[in-house]
Design a protein around this ligand. Structure first.
Ligand code: DX5
Ligand code: ZN
Length: 345
């Protein structure tokens, strides 16, 4: 696995189906981050592949994550089979006629990632009713059904706005692109900020060095993301963590749980602030930079309340522990000195 941003899911549609376990192990060894399993029912698409039984058999042969892409008309009937087979994520199509929501909920209930795929001509708005129920959006850049088709540029435009639909999952949500991804197209979709490139036929060309192909596609996607198509500005900020607030531990814990309940991850680190019950210092609550705006929107007023609560808590603590007052006074003096130094006075 490289250090870049883009992840590669190997579609096994064009692998040697007579030797599937071998090919899956080989492609993982050669650098694929996960396996993309194209299930077709001959009805939703005019082609037929394999089902849950095959996936279950493969599951025993590799540790790589499995993404199932169900191109079937009635995923609801079979969803338990795919969950039991050990898929880490299951993506169904938004164009099917049966109810979508129960299936997404069933996937989530088992702790797996739930995805929705859209055909090239389906607008992104079709996903809106389900946006808080999905972890993955799979943007199709060919008509589903067959590997080896030509990449379509127009539907790829949905990649960047798809990110916005996943804003309830500021970290962990993923946009995948599927269809015609290879050396020629990887840089372009990377520039649109795609998280996972699904690559099928390009990986299974006889005589080609598969590991090299995987390295190239990933490197090109990263190149597009970082430089070529955005004048050096990544379309989605790379995550670093910023301090959202600073609180004594018991209050920090409650606030952390509240923020995380909305899907924003929080790290609590011992800061260098004033004091708290089990010793001397406050704790920093960090959120991912990409979730900063959302955190402010949702929790700014609550943060104010917690800061006031923290002040009251400290006063109370000092009354009960008079010996701590000296420590706090020293801390505050140090803070003031640091402030002065920072201002250069
Ligand atoms: C098409 C499948 C794709 C396909 C990709 O219906 O969903 O996953 O295997 O293959 P390539 O990369 O050849 O377009
Ligand atoms: Zn697929």
């Amino acid at each position: 696995m490289g250090t870049g941003r883009a992840r590669l899911a190997a579609s096994i549609l064009d692998a040697d189906l007579g030797n599937l376990a071998y090919d899956v192990r080989r492609v993982v060894k050669n650098g694929a981050d996960r396996i993309h399993l194209d299930v077709m029912d001959g009805h939703f698409v005019p082609n037929l592949t394999f089902g849950a039984k095959t996936i279950r058999a493969l599951r025993r042969r590799t540790e790589a994550p499995f993404d199932a892409h169900l191109m079937i008309s009635e995923p609801g009937r079979f969803i338990d089979e795919y969950l039991d087979a050990g898929c880490d994520s299951i993506t169904i199509h938004v164009e099917i006629e049966e109810a979508i929501e129960p299936t997404l909920r069933a996937i989530r209930a088992r702790g797996r990632a739930a995805g929705l795929a859209i055909r090239p001509n389906t607008p992104l708005s079709a996903l809106e009713p389900y946006e808080t129920l999905i972890d993955i959006i799979l943007v199709m850049t060919v008509e589903p059904g067959f590997g080896g088709q030509k990449f379509m540029r127009e539907p790829a435009q949905k990649i960047l706005p798809a990110r916005h639909l996943l804003r309830h999952r500021p970290v962990g949500g993923e946009v995948h692109v599927d269809g015609g991804i290879n050396r020629e197209t990887a840089e372009y979709v990377g520039g649109l900020g795609v998280d996972v490139v699904v690559v099928g036929s390009a990986l299974w060309v006889k005589g080609h060095d598969q590991a090299r192909e995987i390295r190239l596609v990933k490197a090109l996607a990263d190149e597009g993301y970082q430089y070529n198509l955005n004048n050096g500005v990544p379309p989605i900020p790379r995550d670093n963590w910023i301090r959202f607030t600073r609180l004594p531990k018991p209050i920090a814990r409650g606030f952390m749980a509240e923020i995380e309940a909305g899907g924003i991850p929080v790290i609590v680190l011992r800061g260098d602030g004033q004091m708290n019950p089990d010793g001397l210092r406050d704790y920093d609550l960090l959120v991912p930079a990409s979730a900063q705006v959302l955190s402010e929107e949702r929790h700014a007023s609550d943060r104010e309340a917690r800061v006031i609560e923290a002040d009251a808590w400290r006063e109370e603590y000092l009354r009960a522990h008079p010996e701590a007052a000296a420590v706090v006074a020293a801390d505050r003096a140090a803070d003031r000195a640091a402030d002065r130094a920072a201002k250069g006075t």
